[in-house]
Design a protein around this ligand. Sequence first.
Ligand SMILES: Cc1cc2nc3c(=O)[nH]c(=O)nc-3n(C[C@H](O)[C@H](O)[C@H](O)COP(=O)(O)O)c2cc1C
Ligand code: SF4
Length: 422
Amino acid sequence: MRPLITEYFGKYKCNDVQSYVDLGGYSGLKKVIQKGVDWALEELKAADIRGRGGAEYPAWRKWSMAKGRQGEKLILCNADEGEPGSFKDRDILLHDPMKIIEGMTIAAYCTGAKNGYIYIREEYAHIRERFIDACESAKSQGYLGNQILGQDFDFDIHVNIGAGAYICGENTALIESMHGMAGRPRLKPPRVGEKGLFGLPTLVNNVETFVCATTVFIHGKGVYCQSGTEKSKGNKVISLSGKIKHAGTYEIPFGMTINEILNDLGGGSKNGLKLSFVQSGGASGPLIPASEFDMPFTYEDFKDRGFVIGAGSMVVVDESMDLIDYLIAVEGFFHHESCGKCTPCREGMVHIVKILDKINNQTATLKDLDKLKRVMKVMVEASFCGLGTTAPTALYSAFKYFEEDLCKNIIGWEAKNDSSNH
Ligand SMILES: Cc1cc2nc3c(=O)[nH]c(=O)nc-3n(C[C@H](O)[C@H](O)[C@H](O)COP(=O)(O)O)c2cc1C
Ligand code: SF4
């Protein structure tokens, strides 16, 4: 497979824009300037790039709406990457910052924005200087700043660092924190596309989304769409980790099966033990049992079987890991990261972690099980933001695929199950 999104990884000097241009960098921006904004939006639509931050929203639609808005607007790159198990944006920032800068610049050209911001998570603060150097170098050669490539087009990029909260990856919480407020989601509407950073219409995309867009403009939709499937076009950058021999960041064509990802790329089970499941899409994603490992990695196959691709992380778990311990780690994360703004999530996470602890200590009863299921339902239906609505996802899939492992130590569960089976 030919890597496209990550093709320039480590091949140029981040503080030397010419070394990026020599590889083919900035040919995307040049093409967009030459062929026009309408052409660019059509290319983006044909390549069908969906947001790579998790929500899978079509990029061309967001860009078109941003273009249509009047007055000053902003470009915002979400580099918060707080999802446990996800580290592909970190590798893009480290190994190919120029492609992010080119993507943000193309987005600015298409929408009429003059300023862009990147919000980098606190744990990646060491990459900040590298990114600033790349911006400075681009500016020194007329690829950023005033009159870019001799056109009547000014665009600059400003760098912000988060403070280490998972919730600040959510668009509105991220913007609140940039305003100097507590990083908590705010009510929508207005959506950030209408009223975002500094009250201005803001186009927000994930790091990989900007890089995918640049890739499409550099190579054209024809080359980009040669890989993938009809409904999931091109490639995806994934983060593979856990009990696998070769953990790392990989670019894969949509359509590879999970088995191929685990064995051909990951080298198979790290310790030769049986793999039990993969958690896809981060802590907020479902557990995919080994019986589903023949599933192709596509938006449509995942959706049909009730899974999500999200940001594209895969945490591999083998039989040495106790399921309840794993779930306690996942739900403990959400308990820690819940911002506390709304009751279903703030209180719900306390109950979920408490009941899981009781299941672990073998003191949970059927009443606890009933309460656990009610709390999960309330969280999904009534939480204010995506953190709360997705926090029980791993648990739901554990009930679906590993009910016996999850429930067998609950007092009264086996007896109840036996009687209902007869
Ligand atoms: C709790 C929560 C955390 C999120 N964290 C991130 C993140 O770290 N990075 C990211 O790009 N999007 C994250 N998102 C999604 C963003 O809100 C938003 O959809 C995304 O940045 C839009 O870019 P995209 O369309 O290119 O994916 C998060 C959403 C939620 C609800
Ligand atoms: S769902 Fe959780 S993270 Fe989201 S607003 Fe409510 S308390 Fe905060």
